[in-house]
Design a binder for this molecule. Structure first.
Ligand SMILES: [Ca+2]
Length: 156
């Protein structure tokens, strides 16, 4: 089955029977996190999927929130993998990003990957890259049409 068809089927299923977010997928902190690793989606599809289950794409308004997401994600990433996830970050002006859900600027100095943001290929959306080997979460500007896994959140 093509990924786009799979997404439509899953969205249709979610519409008919809202997904129950279980404790298996959730991190408890200031917010609930739902890490979606079952299928990949564009940034816009990911935002719609989160909204469909009563959540929103993840944002990190300070270093503590970023560290909490990092701490949770590294437990889920095999040591030899690099996995990218969509966040709620979008470009608001050249080389400046904001969180679509809060309207606040992305203010996490030192949390960009090496050489990022570099805007290679119309990169308007912000992804989190988790390297299992380093156990570190980095931010990268990426093309919004790329299909990634993604992370939804809601407040506790
Ligand atoms: Ca980039």
């Amino acid at each position: 089955m093509q990924p786009s068809w799979m997404l439509l089927v899953i969205i249709a299923m979610a519409t008919a029977n809202p997904i129950t977010v279980t404790s298996k997928n959730i991190s408890k902190g200031d917010k609930n996190l739902f890490v979606q690793k079952f299928f990949k989606a564009t940034f816009f599809q990911a935002a719609m999927f989160c909204a469909n289950i009563g959540m929103e794409l993840v944002s990190c308004n300070n270093q503590r929130e970023f560290d909490e997401v990092n701490e949770y994600l590294i437990k889920t990433v095999p040591r030899d993998e690099l996995i990218e996830y969509w966040s709620a970050g979008v470009k608001i002006e050249p080389m400046k990003f904001g969180w679509m859900n809060t309207g606040l600027p992305v203010d996490l100095p030192g949390m960009w990957g090496p050489g990022e943001p570099n805007n290679i290929g119309n990169e308007e959306c912000l992804e989190f890259s988790v390297k299992g080997k380093t156990g570190r979460l980095y931010m990268n500007d990426a093309n919004c049409s790329v299909r990634n896994y993604f992370i939804c959140q809601n407040k506790v």
